[in-house]
Design a protein around this ligand. Sequence first.
Ligand code: PRP
Ligand code: URA
Length: 247
Amino acid sequence: MVHEQKSPAPSPAQGVGPTYRREDEKPTATVSKEVSYENVHILPQTPQLIALLTMIRDKRTDRADFIFYSNRIIRLLVEEGLNHLPVVEHSVTTPVNRAYLGVRFEGKICGVSIMRAGEAMEQGLRDCCRSVRIGKILIQRDEETCQPKLFYDKLPTDIAKRWVLLLDPMFATGGSATLAVEILKAKGVPEDHILFLNLIASPSGVTDFAERFPKLRVVTAFIDQGLDEKKYITPGLGDFGDRYYTL
Ligand code: PRP
Ligand code: URA
């Protein structure tokens, strides 16, 4: 369902996005941290993306707007993620009878969401890949220890032959995503066939992950400053699942 916007979508043309004049005028938290791993890709830091992130970070943003603006970022992540899949040459004839040598995707894909928050990214994937198969892994982070616990997984039977787009918007300690990747690898998915799509990552989480799984690719919208004492991402956006589904 398309949620009606309560306020106009932020766009640079309306002057809602960042209007900093000089690099050194930018508050630190609005600049994604860089990491020097070839397998970590950060979305282009456009004013539009930063404006969307600002909307979902704002604690005053209500659930309808949180869903709407998160979905817009998720769409950007999926579109960028698809750029990392292999293509082969494909020629077509145009309506004016000219040959056009283009490309088409090669291979089969599936999505795997880390429940619950990762399920919020499924529709964005479906919007780009009609009738895509989607597997589920239910992992919950223990509120006291912050350790991930696996409750359930249900994955396509031929997952080992597919490219897997692993979906989870929050990447804090990296424990949940690491457990999910270990499950996928145990099912026979080659590491270099896994693409992890994520909205906000912590620098330590993404660094550990990139080193542990050097062949897997991460596509994220932003690498934040760090983690607080409860292992929440800072400045972050709070609990994504709560804000998207229940708050
Ligand atoms: C959140 C989030 C990730 C995990 C990130 O899920 O969606 O799965 O925490 O933290 P980590 O990197 O330290 O493991 P949570 O377990 O809170 O469940 P939810 O999706 O039901 O909110
Ligand atoms: N899970 C979330 O939803 N947010 C965080 O900051 C960390 C884990």
